[in-house]
Design a protein around this ligand. Structure first.
Ligand code: FA5
Length: 357
């Protein structure tokens, strides 16, 4: 073919390529078509093989014509490849976002949480990390577990410290969570690490820091060589984890028949910052964490040899702790069902809270 026919042929090939590539559906199809145009035996490849058949003075022009056509068709293929790749990724993305009825549903966010529940979850999480189990005791208790096994015999004046709701059957509403101690000793035997959060009841007049129904959290650790140092370390860790900063505390001697020695751990009132308010009765301090070394008599009641084992116990005022953490001035708000006292998920802290949601 002469050089004019060659130009016409090259134009036809380029037009064919444009037409074919406009409808190409996939990368695989593109690959198959590519050899028909650009392969050695393809339309342009075959023409390249004819360059030598032209007179020497025309070869350079023939070469240039074919090279330009080759470049143009190659560019067409590249552009088509990019178009297919981007449309494939769009369809992959739309596949991924398509509704899949087999996936588990998105759990709706829980409503707001009661402050006591929120603090209880945090405390459970802290202690579980330390290897403590979480125990529950009955709210309706016997005199034996609430008093006697805690070294408070019937005529002991300490019974007056906790005004009791007596039931007609001779049982009572537990005045503290300490009965959980004895039940845990009976259930597990030493060594023991447990906490017992729960509701307590006292027949007393209410004010900004006293309720007749409130929460405590008992703690008990019994093993060989447990000392006051262990007790203080755990108390400090507990407060640091709940408040996420150091809080000012004071330790003073305290009397409880079931511990010896006994302590009162008070914390700086978080409502007034220690300057004195109705919540802390103008003292700047709030009684929050009475504690001590378990009395040998109590260990004996729990069938544990006090010569071999020692332990510490504490009775955290959970409701008061929740007041301090969430800035609640009056404890009576806690039982009034006022929805404004609840803690929205945005104010909850601690990994345990996420886990419970
Ligand atoms: C007891 O109940 C002991 N069982 C605590 C204990 C356990 C001491 C183990 C030693 C070893 P107390 O009566 O102080 O102690 O109460 C403990 C905490 O419960 C108080 O510090 C306070 O934070 C909280 N609390 C007591 N009475 C009330 C009340 N009426 N309203 C709200 N919180 C109260």
């Amino acid at each position: 073919m002469d050089i004019e026919q060659l130009r016409t042929e090259v134009g036809t090939i380029q037009a064919d390529a444009r037409r074919v590539l406009a409808d190409i559906p996939s990368v695989q199809a593109l690959r198959e078509v590519r050899s028909k145009f650009l392969g050695k035996k393809g339309a342009l490849g075959r023409l390249m093989g004819t360059v030598r058949s032209y007179p020497p003075e025309q070869r350079s022009e023939v070469g240039q014509t074919l090279n330009q056509a080759n470049k143009a068709v190659t560019a067409l293929f590249e552009e088509t490849a990019r178009r297919i790749a981007s449309s494939e990724s769009v369809s992959e993305a739309s596949k991924a976002s398509a509704f899949d009825p087999t996936l588990p549903g998105v759990r709706p966010a829980l409503g707001n949480v009661h402050p006591v529940t929120a603090v209880q979850w945090e405390i459970e999480h802290v202690f579980q990390r330390l290897g403590f189990t979480v125990e529950a005791g009955p709210e309706m208790e016997t005199e034996y577990y609430n008093f006697e096994a805690l070294n408070i015999p019937a005529d002991h004046p300490a019974r007056d410290m906790q005004d009791t709701f007596w039931l007609k059957n001779g049982w009572l509403l537990r005045t503290h969570t300490s009965p959980v101690q004895v039940r845990a000793m009976e259930k597990f035997g030493p060594p023991i690490r447990c906490i017992g959060p729960g509701r307590c009841f006292r027949y007393e007049t209410t004010d900004a820091s006293h309720e007749n129904t409130f929460h405590q959290c008992e703690g008990l650790m019994i093993d060989r060589n447990i000392s006051i140092a262990n007790l203080i370390a755990v108390m400090k860790l507990l407060l640091r984890e709940v408040f996420r900063r150091e809080v000012k505390v004071r330790l003073r001697p305290g009397f409880f028949p079931f511990v010896e020695p006994g302590f009162e751990l008070d914390m700086n009132c978080q409502i007034c910052g220690g300057s004195g308010c109705a919540t802390c009765k103008k003292s700047g301090w709030v009684e929050i964490l009475p504690c001590g070394m378990v009395h040998p008599n109590v260990l004996r009641y729990g069938n544990i040899d006090p010569h071999e084992y020692t332990g510490f116990a504490f009775g955290l005022g959970l409701t008061r702790l929740a007041m301090m953490k969430y800035g609640i001035h009056d404890i009576r708000v806690m039982n009034q069902g006022d929805l404004r006292a609840l803690v929205p998920p945005s104010r909850l802290t601690g990994p345990a809270i996420q886990a419970k949601q």
